[in-house]
Design a protein around this ligand. Structure first.
Ligand code: NAD
Length: 325
């Protein structure tokens, strides 16, 4: 009977799918991120056929070796796979999969939750009201900005970026400009999005800059001090992609000195740590990497990860195989 190791408890739907196949499913008893030594210890000598891992697990050659020669797949419960050494997996002929698509809508929704909340100062206003400072309606109290009709700059018009662009156009009559290494002329025609040949042109013009590129060597610190200065002083930055794409220390300086008006972040450069000074900024909203965290979507992600494992163990190509480019 195939044996599967899951590095932390995930939604039941995924576990049940694996168990329905008659697989033995072992789940780490600790509901926390395992340290590398703990993952090594959990895997060594256990002859697992598959591992279901999370974006918080760093999957390197040592971990892949510990899984053993019979292990066919590490199924990552995330669309991003920057936590996995793809070259090491390829060398060991272990398949790596992710969970794209099923979380697109949810992450796009969370991006809007952040965009609207920062522009309408929702969290600041909540703190103000709870703090007992509300003394009645006032014409100049907590003035924010509209999203409708504004220019939304999308960096990375992939699955999530294009869904955000769709909502911006359809729901908010916004103008969408975007930069991506791959131009999408079909999307431009359908939604009136405007392609910019470089990220700088997006930054100069956008009222909201929303980041949706994967974390790669080419995107690490894509948003740095120089690029914040290219943004309008009235603009907002939203990042629901990966933390290290933004130079967080530079962002704190930009927020404190008024280089940009505000930011909303779901991901952080050194999670779960936050850059010094970030929490003191009133003009920033911080959520703890929950952009895909709805009951519906986390269940769908768990099921998709299970589907990938089942395919690999049944000798088929897993539907969401990721490869080193
Ligand atoms: P995707 O692959 O569909 O889209 C990524 C887009 O970025 C592609 O269009 C690609 O061409 C473009 N791109 C790649 N490198 C680029 C570069 N250097 N400059 C400009 N564009 C570049 O991926 P997706 O499903 O839209 O997900 C995007 C990212 O969102 C994931 O890689 C993941 O890191 C992140 N994510 C975060 C959460 C969260 O919980 N906060 C949830 C899901 C996904």
């Amino acid at each position: 009977m195939p044996k599967i190791f899951i590095t932390r408890r995930i939604p039941e739907a995924g576990i049940q799918k694996l168990q329905a196949k008659g697989y033995e499913v072992v789940i780490s008893p600790e509901d926390r991120v395992l340290r590398k030594e703990e993952v090594l210890e959990a895997l060594q000598g256990q002859n697992y056929d598959a591992v279901l891992c999370l974006l918080t697990d760093k999957i390197d050659g040592d971990i892949l070796d510990a899984a053993g020669k019979q292990c066919k797949i590490f199924a990552n419960l995330a669309v991003g796979f920057d936590n996995v050494d793809l070259k090491a997996a390829e060398e060991r002929r272990i398949a790596i999969t992710n969970t794209p698509g099923v979380l697109t809508n949810t992450v796009a929704e969370h991006t809007f939750a952040l965009m609207l909340a920062i522009a309408h100062r929702v969290c600041e206003a909540d703190r103000f009201t709870r703090g007992g400072h509300y003394e009645g309606w006032a014409p100049m109290l907590l003035l924010g900005n509209d999203l409708s009709g504004k220019t939304i700059g999308i960096v990375g018009l992939g699955r999530i970026g294009s869904r955000v662009a769709y909502h911006a156009v359809k729901g908010f009559d916004a103008k969408v400009i975007y930069y991506d290494v791959a131009r999408n002329e079909e999307f431009e025609k359908e939604y009136g999005a405007i392609y910019k040949a470089n990220v700088e042109d997006v930054l100069h013009e956008a009222d909201f800059v929303s980041i949706h590129v994967p974390l790669l060597d080419s995107t690490r610190h894509l948003m740095n001090a120089e690029r914040f200065r290219m943004m309008k002083p009235t603009a907002y930055l939203v990042n629901t992609s990966r933390g290290p794409i933004v130079d967080e220390a530079a962002l704190v300086k930009a927020l404190k000195s008024g280089v940009i008006r505000g930011a909303a972040l779901d991901v952080f450069e050194n999670e779960p740590a936050l850059a010094s000074g970030l929490v003191e900024c009133e003009n920033v909203i911080l959520t703890p990497h929950i952009a895909s965290a709805t009951e519906e979507t986390r269940s769908a992600m768990a099921e998709l990860a299970a589907d990938n494992i089942i395919a690999a163990l049944e000798g088929q190509a897993p539907p969401n195989l990721v490869k080193k480019k």
